[in-house]
Write a protein that binds this ligand. Structure first.
Ligand code: F6R
Length: 608
């Protein structure tokens, strides 16, 4: 889950590497480092902690060089110290790595037996030494890399540089993403197109097993057998301008505020506004007519989108849905019907477990549709049908706008499925699409509550436990609210189905414990309010998130009420996501945690 970059350039490269790493910091931020070739010699600068620490070191001594590699790390093997920071060296080889080498211990022992000494605890250093060893046996850098790659087990993307070879770099991919960027007499490697956006919009993606030898004016792609291959050139839209905080204090704040726009953009792709019907783009070739089951897999926030999707597909399209977290699903050996449909949901399109679930479904003969935000991602490329969300780049580690766009797409798909299965009248479709169309406006109104929510968040900040309760389609939003709070502010938080409360969690309630209750005035409202009264009677401080009708009907038990616009229960999950995001955001800001880069997390989880 690290970010890697490599540049063979014409100008001094050190700050360019740091600029690219800044765009990759969402992939990990435990430590960072660069290595450049200055007069043919490898010079390395590394620092533990965020990129800022590396920048400070660079300010006091910038090496002058036009080629180099860089890395921002999310630690897997070895503590996040400077010693363990990438790039790693092995003799004349410098390397940066994203992924895990599973058999590194055996390989390390083998090399140690031949006299190699190691300076770090990392799996990556072993790879550098293996390539160096092969070169000492007379192989060229390319041959040495190829034989080394063949011995590695696990997942990786590498950028590799060689002492004395100022116009040569090698990149390789198995499992973790890697792109080649094409410049004018310059060539780049990067974990994704966003890293390379300031330098070029022309990229070639490596496929699993590929490696590439680049010089400033050429590139040569090979498959794992060493045969020369070609891959398509893509023109990306990852504009450098999009990855900017604007006037906001954090990326997360900007991304929360963007939701009316991006939900609107997403709707525009799936809805005919004049006809008030769902209109899937021609490339979304999905036939729900005769399906007897849909399997949805995803991780974290995306899996909560899947759970909301389950309610929609089952209730409106009468289509049974199974939702599982990908890390469990992939090992469950679930029987799947040949010719059936599975769906994966992912913002990044690179999540290792979700990708493995996708591959499992395909191996079982299913068609796989991916609801995905990054169109160039591995999941997009490997799925049969791509159903894009139009959230734009999401940089804050905690997912916000990608989630509401996933919900928007799933709502449209559920309506399309209902129509295809003959269980929704045109009138009902008009009604539900009408609700979807109002979402951007209602999201704006919800965002107007921000100052009020900020004040409530101050009561939540610093508490030991917070419970989130919801029922039916809003139960997943309770879990999402709890996840947002714990990942941003490190407060212990749990989301429960309100009806489950009496079966255990109510024991957590004592005087002053905040309980966030998500309860639009729908058919389950009275029941949720009863659960709210039960915890209020035991001293809980209720934060009730409801609509105008719910606020009027709820009685006096709430300590605070957040009122969102009145809307059909169909769209409630999208609207009620915003207050829980804002609560978590403002609690974290008040507590002074690092909102965009919470501890131990990374945006793109490319290891299992
Ligand atoms: C939480 C969060 C994560 C991701 C999860 C899946 O705020 O962002 O739980 O939702 O890691 O990531 P993607 O959607 O990229 O597959």
């Amino acid at each position: 889950m690290c970010g890697i970059v490599g540049i063979l350039g014409q100008e001094p490269v050190a700050w360019k590497l740091v600029d690219a790493l800044k765009r990759l910091e969402y992939r990990g931020y435990d430590s960072a480092g660069i290595a450049v070739l200055a007069d043919g010699h490898i010079e390395r600068i590394r620092a533990s902690g965020k990129l800022q620490a590396l920048s400070e070191k660079l300010r006091s001594s910038e090496p002058i060089a036009t080629s180099g590699i860089g890395h921002t790390r999310w630690a897997t093997h070895g503590a996040p110290t400077e010693t363990n920071a990438h790039p790693h060296l092995g003799g004349t080889v410098a390397i940066v790595h994203n992924g895990i080498i599973e058999n590194f211990k055996e390989l390390k022992e083998e090399l140690a037996g031949k006299g190699t000494t190691f300076t770090t605890e990392t799996d990556t250093e072993v790879v550098a030494h293996m390539i160096d060893y092969e070169m000492k046996q007379g192989k060229s850098p390319r041959e040495a890399t190829q034989v080394t790659l063949q011995r590695l087990e696990g997942a990786f993307a590498f950028a590799i540089m060689f002492e004395g070879e100022d116009d040569l770099m090698i990149g390789a991919r198995r499992g973790s993403p890697l792109a080649i960027g094409h410049g004018s007499h310059e060539m780049y490697l990067g974990s994704d197109a966003i890293a390379l956006a300031p330098f070029t919009n022309q990229v070639t993606y490596l496929e699993d097993g590929d490696y590439v030898v680049i010089t400033r004016n050429s590139f040569e792609l090979h498959n794992d057998k060493g045969e020369k291959i070609t891959r398509p050139l893509n023109f990306t839209q990852a504009s450098a301008l999009l990855v900017d905080k604007g006037n906001h204090r954090h990326f997360m704040a900007k991304e929360i505020a963007e939701q009316p726009d991006v939900v609107g953009h997403t709707l525009a792709e799936y809805v005919d506004f004049d006809e008030r019907t769902v209109r899937l783009p021609s490339e979304v070739e999905l036939d729900f007519t005769d399906l007897d089951r849909l399997t949805i897999t995803a991780c974290g926030t995306a899996s909560y989108a899947g759970l909301v999707g389950k309610y929609w597909f089952e209730r409106y399209a009468r289509l049974p849905v199974e939702v599982d977290i990908a890390s469990e699903f992939r090992y469950r050996e679930a029987p799947l019907t040949k010719g059936g449909l599975s769906m994966v949901i992912s913002q990044s399109g690179e999540t290792a477990d979700t990708l493995a679930a996708l591959r499992y479904c395909k191996s079982e003969g299913q068609r796989v549709a991916a609801v995905v935000n990054v169109p160039e991602s591995t999941i997009s490329r490997e799925s049969d049908v791509v159903v894009r969300t139009y959230a734009g780049p999401e940089i804050g580690v905690a997912s916000t706008k990608a989630f509401t766009c996933q919900l928007t797409v799933l709502a449209c798909l559920a309506i399309a499925a209902a129509r295809a299965r003959g269980v929704m009248s045109l009138e009902q479709e008009h009604e539900l699409v009408g609700q979807l169309v109002k979402l951007p406006r209602n999201l704006v109104k919800t965002l107007e509550q921000e100052d009020h929510i900020d004040r409530i968040a101050r009561h939540i900040a610093g508490k030991r436990d917070v419970l989130y309760l919801g029922r039916g389609i809003n139960f997943p939003i309770a879990m999402e609210g709890a996840l947002k709070l714990k990942e941003l502010s490190y407060i212990h938080a749990e989301g429960y189905a309100a009806g489950e409360l009496k079966h255990g969690p109510i024991a957590l309630i004592e005087e002053g414990v905040p309980v966030v209750v998500i309860a639009p005035r729908d058919e389950l409202f009275e029941k949720t309010v009863s659960n709210m009264e039960e915890v209020a009677a035991r001293g809980a401080r209720i934060v009730l998130i409801t609509d105008r009708a719910g606020a009027a009907a709820s009685g006096a038990d709430a300590f605070e009420t957040i009122t969102v616009p009145q809307a059909d229960p169909f769209v409630a999950p999208v609207l009620y996501s915003v207050p829980v995001q804002l609560l978590a955001y403002h609690a974290a800001v008040f507590m002074g945690t690092d909102v965009d880069q919470p501890r131990n997390l990374a945006k793109s989880v490319t290891v299992e």
